[in-house]
Design a protein around this ligand. Structure first.
Ligand SMILES: Cc1cc2nc3c(=O)[nH]c(=O)nc-3n(C[C@H](O)[C@H](O)[C@H](O)COP(=O)(O)OP(=O)(O)OC[C@H]3O[C@@H](n4cnc5c(N)ncnc54)[C@H](O)[C@@H]3O)c2cc1C
Length: 439
């Protein structure tokens, strides 16, 4: 442990948590395990290691006051949930046996096992887990930030706590016209969400009797509706049933809020297309946080933490592991993927700590509950290379009511009660019991 442990312990009945004293600048801390990011992955892996290690051997570096269960933002946009139902205070979800430094990483020096923070502190670590997620890159689309901030612009996104309720208010006040949805040309989290909100918007506009006065268009950079063929076949039927026009290989480049125009570029022929809108739902471009993206020592050319796609260990620094959206593993970036990765990182990091090999392997599992109606959902589950890997004993490519309630009620329950506490590693155990014959 370090010389300058400038931390204060604050106790309350039944809870002991250590906080940093933010007034102390240029403090030097040291810990056995540093977890950078206290979101879905960080919270859960810290909880696991807080049980494996001694009190305060695990540090969590996380700047936010609030922790969100982001998958519910789609249902906020559709008026089924509220933002407050997706939020908990960070202090209530991080493990009490770990130290939370309410600060952000600005650089990692892997050769010296050192992380520098925004407040000017330094943290020496023995082992590091990086799980800093993906951030919205609004600046990449000129006019987008202003349009999102303007309350009457008709422009919103379910991809942010600040704007997902705006999608719902835009839908409620919509009286007919052009409704646009977008999918950007960067990796994004939950690649199904941009079309889920289009399907729910269609369903709501039908219920509110304005669908016949509206045209819905889904503009996606991709050449297909969904990357896994089995589910794409169903989704193409949904698109047809709902009469949603799909523009493939089409990317949003600018929002002209004053004229209510969206400027797109087609990727095949690089042509500019200007489309008018009355309501625009944007899935923003995304990027990893600066401290990671700009560090060629630990990141790949695209700015993602470079790990082995199976054992999740850094390819050059064996005392560093990656978890969740910020790694370069070619899986679908979802909480479902994080859950499956947790056990792999736990097993391999424990092994690394005792000088063993990192044998546990992540199979690329990810899941995407594709909401198609209020009350219907296609529960896509798959592993690397888009191979379906289903849990339920029925064909999950069919729209199902059970899957809808799993998404709306069961998954949030599992998340808050088990996953953030480090007790949920995905549905594999359920799958083995209820679907034993599946490959
Ligand atoms: C609209 C939407 C719908 C979704 N739907 C689904 C779904 O249906 N199913 C599903 O499984 N997944 C879904 N997801 C994806 C899921 O929420 C993410 O994949 C998951 O949260 C990733 O976890 P993470 O820990 O990698 O990142 P996050 O949970 O985003 O956490 C990253 C943390 O890192 C912190 N951080 C950032 N920069 C720094 C820094 N410099 N220093 C320290 N900490 C930092 C952040 O504050 C944050 O707390 C959805 C996401 C969205 C937005």
């Amino acid at each position: 442990m370090n010389v300058l442990q400038k931390l204060t312990s604050i106790s309350s009945p039944g809870l002991t948590r250590s906080f940093t004293v933010s007034a102390l600048n240029n403090a030097k801390y040291s810990c056995k395990l540093l977890v950078v990011g206290g979101g879905s992955g960080g919270c859960a892996i810290a909880a696991k290691f807080a049980r494996h290690l001694k009190k305060d051997e695990v540090y969590i570096l996380e700047p936010s006051e609030d922790h969100y269960f982001q998958p519910l933002w789609t249902l906020v946009g559709a008026g089924v949930k509220t933002v407050s139902q997706t939020r908990r205070q960070m202090k209530d979800v991080l493990p009490t046996k770990a130290k939370w430094l309410k600060d952000a990483a600005v650089s990692i020096e892997p050769k010296s096992n050192l992380v520098k923070t925004r407040e000017g502190h330094e943290i020496q670590y023995e082992y590091l887990v990086v799980c800093a997620g993906l951030q919205n890159d609004y600046g990449k689309v000129p006019g987008l930030t202003e349009a999102l901030k303007h309350p009457a612009s008709g422009v919103s996104t379910i991809y942010a706590a600040d704007y997902c309720s705006k999608t719902w208010s835009d839908l409620k006040s919509f009286k007919g016209g052009e409704v646009m949805f977008t999918y950007p040309d960067t990796p994004i989290k939950c690649p199904g969400a941009p079309q889920k909100i289009a399907y729910l918007a269609d369903a709501y506009l039908r219920m509110s009797h304005v669908r016949s006065k509206s045209n819905l268009t889904y503009n996606t950079c991709l050449p297909v509706i969904f990357g896994v063929k089995k589910y794409a076949e169903t989704l193409l039927k949904v698109v047809e049933r709902k009469n949603i026009h799909v523009n493939y290989k089409t990317v949003l480049k600018e929002v002209r809020q004053d004229k209510r125009e969206a400027v797109f570029r087609t990727t095949d022929d690089n042509k500019e297309v200007v489309l008018p809108y009355n309501m625009l739902h944007v899935t923003p471009p995304m990027k990893t946080p600066d401290f990671l993206r700009n560090n060629q020592d630990i990141a790949d050319a695209a700015g993602f933490l470079e790990v082995d796609k199976y054992n999740l260990q850094h390819t050059r620094y064996p005392n560093i592991y990656g978890l969740g959206d910020c790694t370069n593993t070619p899986n679908s970036k979802t909480v479902a993927a994080v859950a499956k990765q947790l056990k792999v990182v736990e097993t391999n990091l424990l092994s690394t700590m005792s000088r063993g090999a990192a044998h546990a392997q992540y199979d690329g599992y990810g899941a995407c509950p594709l909401l198609t109606e209020y009350g219907k959902c296609v529960l896509a589950e798959f592993v690397y290379d888009g191979v379906p890997h289903e849990t339920m004993p029925f064909n999950q490519a069919q729209e199902s009511t059970i899957a809808y309630y799993m998404k709306k009620d069961l998954f949030p329950f599992l998340y808050w009660q088990f996953m953030v506490r480090g007790y949920y590693n995905g549905p594999e155990f359920v799958r083995r019991i209820i679907n034993p014959l599946a490959k």
